[in-house]
Write a protein that binds this ligand. Structure first.
Ligand SMILES: [Zn+2]
Length: 570
């Protein structure tokens, strides 16, 4: 080849982008050889490993039990998949374009099936047995956190193993589909279309309960489902607590209503409250209670309120604000905020995706939400803090409607209603009793889903003394059963009991609490909860967590004292 043709070739190559790319790649490959990158990776026993952040200690900490180490990696990866599914789920409710919903259901269902496969793999049972033997023979190598982590691994494996992958996949799919179904049925007051879906949901949950009962030798389908939300609490205990609470409230309610009759009625707060200003207030309140917006967010959507995500990415969803009533979205934001602060306070820095770093289930979760929304968020000092800010924000300086006294009166007014979301703090417990009895009958096969509207109305009349106007105010009002949550409702009552018991103790431990709340200083409460509840993850069982935090076993007494104090003796 002549010098001229070689030069021609060189310039031709320079003009060809593919050749240039190849050349650049060769140069970079020389600078960053593959072998060096490989040898720089940390030596860990499983694939898909990212180097641990310096603060993530316990998840990666070496342990003499090889089986336990393998389990830690296995559960970390299951936890990671769970976090991905959570993020997809939050996106489903907030940002996803409508047209993507079917594909998204498939993605969420697939991830849940994969998690189930990884969790119920026979290798896990083998590793659990080996790790348990190690713990028995080498107690000195296991501290209380490792012990509890292993116990929770075993629990998760035990809970999911009897259930088939098909059922898990179906449940994940239907639970998200149910949110859409419920939204549409509610919009169109459409019981006939909801009926078939609800019947499928009941049927699927009965199947899950059936296999769980077979595996545990239990004969209560409802208990099998309720235990998923409230581990460590029996249906008998719940019945007992409901009995005590409702008996007292049935005596208290006429006295409360009589007392209210003698007082001046609060001024209705219906006015125009711009959505942006409401959301600004909600953000500010959540910041004040310690929600970290650097690791989470608050969104308004057409869906029902829900909390979720992970401690690093906690997403709170509330329903689109009502521009005529700012206290409606504020109530939701405070409730979800309580959930959110709990999620963010879990021991993520040390245990990250390990089972021990999870929350304690629905009763404790709801206690955190209700403590903020119902207990603190309805005290007079809270409205002393809120009122001047609301007056400024909504341009209502010295407007008697926005005075602390009036806002407090509005939020503590007792008025039986057919709608749970409109219910006051006292009659809310009757709604829980109503749902608890109905869902128990649905799951135990004593009530057919097709007969629900009549059964709903009859029981509502019996327990609350009110007839709903139609299905929208009746059996379609709640999203829970549409998402497959059977056995969840009692957790509101149990959570409320716990919230009252916790607040009683916080009042003893934090001096001058009312004054702090009146100044908007909620952090002493959040720190107390962080230390005694949030940071514990699943270290303790429910009973021990309550005893350690409050000094006593869970009881309805503090709740009844709180209700009496607020509604009869204030
Ligand atoms: Zn909640």
């Amino acid at each position: 080849m002549s010098v001229f043709s070689r030069l021609w070739q060189f310039f031709k190559n320079l003009l060809n982008p593919a050749t240039v790319k190849e050349h650049v790649a060769r140069v970079f490959a020389r600078k960053r050889p593959e072998e060096k990158i490989d040898s720089a990776l940390p030596k860990v026993p499983e694939s898909y490993v990212s180097p641990p952040a310096p603060t993530v200690v316990r998840q990666y900490e070496e342990h003499p039990s090889e089986a336990y180490m393998k389990l830690k990696y296995r559960f970390r990866d299951i936890g990671r998949m769970g976090a991905i599914a959570e993020t997809l789920g939050r996106d489903f409710l907030t940002a996803m374009p409508e047209g993507a919903w079917k594909a998204r259901l498939g993605q969420i269902a697939f991830l849940n099936r994969r998690m189930h496969e990884d969790l119920t793999d026979p290798a896990v049972k083998h590793l659990l047995d080996r790790a348990k033997t190690h713990a028995e023979n080498h107690a000195e190598d296991w501290d209380k956190w490792d012990h509890a982590n292993l116990r929770e691994m075993d629990e998760m494996h035990g809970h999911q193993s009897p259930v088939s992958g098909d059922l898990i996949e179906k449940r994940a799919q239907l639970s998200y589909e149910g949110r859409r179904r419920h939204r549409d049925a509610l919009k169109n007051s459409d019981w006939p279309s909801a009926r078939g879906f609800l019947a499928d949901m009941v049927d699927m949950n009965r199947q899950i309960a059936e296999v769980k009962c077979r595996a545990t030798g239990s004969n209560s389908h409802y208990q099998a489902l309720m235990s998923e939300y409230m581990p460590g609490i029996s249906v008998m205990e719940v019945e007992d607590w409901f009995g005590t609470i409702n008996k007292s409230l049935n005596k208290m309610l006429p006295k409360i209503l009589e007392k209210q009759e003698e007082e001046e009625e609060p001024l209705p707060i219906k006015d125009f409250y711009p959505a942006k200003a409401q959301m600004w207030l909600n953000h500010a309140l959540l910041e004040a209670i310690g929600f970290d917006f650097n690791r989470g967010g608050l969104f308004e959507t057409g869906h029902n309120p829900v909390e979720g995500g992970t401690p690093d990415d906690t997403r709170l969803v509330i329903k689109n604000v009502d521009i005529n009533d700012f206290m409606d979205s504020m109530k939701s934001a405070l409730h979800e905020g309580g959930h959110g602060v709990y999620i963010q306070g879990l021991p993520r820095k040390t245990w990250r995706y390990q089972p021990i770093a999870q929350d304690m289930g629905a009763a404790v979760h709801e206690s955190q939400a209700l403590l903020v929304e119902m207990i603190i968020g309805r005290t007079k000092p809270f409205f002393d803090f809120l009122a001047p800010r609301a007056e400024g924000l909504f341009h209502g300086l010295h407007n008697p409607m926005l005075s602390a006294d009036n806002l407090h009166k509005v939020k503590t007014r007792v008025q039986p209603s057919a709608v749970r979301k409109k219910a006051d703090e006292v009659t809310y417990f009757f709604h829980m009793q109503h749902r608890f009895e109905l869902e128990r009958d649905l799951i135990e096969g004593k009530l057919k889903p097709a007969d629900l509207p009549e059964a709903w109305n009859a029981k509502m009349q019996d327990i609350i003394g009110i007839q709903p106007k139609g299905v929208v105010d009746g059996c379609l009002q709640d999203v829970h059963w549409f998402t497959g949550k059977f056995g969840y409702f009692p957790s509101y009552t149990v959570g409320h009991m716990l919230a009252a018991q916790l607040y009683e103790k916080i009042n003893k431990d934090v001096p001058d609490l009312d004054n702090l709340v009146a100044k908007g200083d909620f952090m002493p409460v959040t720190k107390w909860l962080g230390k005694n509840i949030h940071s514990k993850g699943r270290l303790l069982c429910f009973g021990d967590l309550v005893k350690n935090a409050t000094g006593a076993a869970l009881s309805p007494a503090p709740l009844l004292k709180h209700l009496e104090g607020r509604y009869l003796h204030a």
